[in-house]
Design a protein around this ligand. Sequence first.
Ligand code: NDP
Length: 328
Amino acid sequence: MSDTFKALVVDKDDDGTRAAVRDLTLDDLPEAEVTVAVEYSTLNYKDGLCIGPGGGLVRNYPHVPGIDLAGTVEASSDDRYAPGDKVVLTGWRVGEAHWGGYSQKARVRADWLVPLPDGLTTRQAMAVGTAGFTAMLAVQALEDHGFRAGPVLVTGASGGVGSVAVALLSALGKEVAAVTGRPEQEDYLRGLGATRIVPREDLAETVKRPLESETWGGCVDAVGGAMLARLLGQMEYGASVAAVGLAGGASLPATVIPFLLRGVNLLGIDSVLQPYDNRVRAWDRIAQLLPMERLEEMVVPATLEDLPKLGADILKGQVRGRVVVDLN
Ligand code: NDP
């Protein structure tokens, strides 16, 4: 039937949560200014939580996850958007507190959207997604504070944030050292532009000496925890670490010595509440800088039906690169 569309719906009862593809109608969608015919979505670590256990992110059930979406405006009561406009949405707690992009139609606030940047298709925008957008914000923060001479370290390198960070830094002409716990991903990471592979176990030990040799000229860290604590002591004098994620843990068992004796900067990166102008700037930069053939290398194509398994996989650190969900 033409007035129904497909969505991944998560229900919760006493036995836990269950995700399944269901038919919905426009009347099922929440009220908001803009109705989008979603063409592509993607999978981030947070999506794994929202498809599965919720992780304290989902407020109400039934819930439609999907923190990212790209598609075409179908109806709009806001002057900024008209039917036919191509749009992208990341962040704003869409897919967590609000119904998200794992649906052929979504109803969202105009404030949350940005126009699809020139030079990107909706599919490429979702190959980037929150993970790649965040990688761009992290790289921009490092640029603002200045790179030092040594290689730039990327942790969680085969994941979504890490893969895009490797490709962006390489496109900027940086020597990139990729930290991975999956040695079989070496060819993939070198294909994205990594010049050096650092085994995860090299950075796994907790801090024993607060300062080690000055090795890294910058860092995009998707892992946090003991790894972040350890690498702070390996940064060059005045170098910066963009702290993006917590794939390895939320604690920071570090000392303040690298800050005091080496002037190391720890830069916090948030993608969810970035103001509109910053979003547009970061998306335009992605469209200009990111080599599209390298983006394509990262893509794992998927459908709504694949998401329950892929959501569980990403929570176990088993997804490589960027999953692109086709909703057409
Ligand atoms: P992915 O799961 O795609 O990537 C995470 C990567 O981290 C894995 O692929 C793996 O890489 C590595 N990893 C996983 N578990 C561990 C572990 N126990 N110890 C060390 N390394 C590990 O997730 P995303 O790239 O989507 O997100 C990465 C992190 O960034 C998440 O914590 C996410 O919540 C956060 N994030 C934050 C945002 C923000 O606004 N600040 C926005 C987007 C994401 P490998 O196998 O190569 O070692």
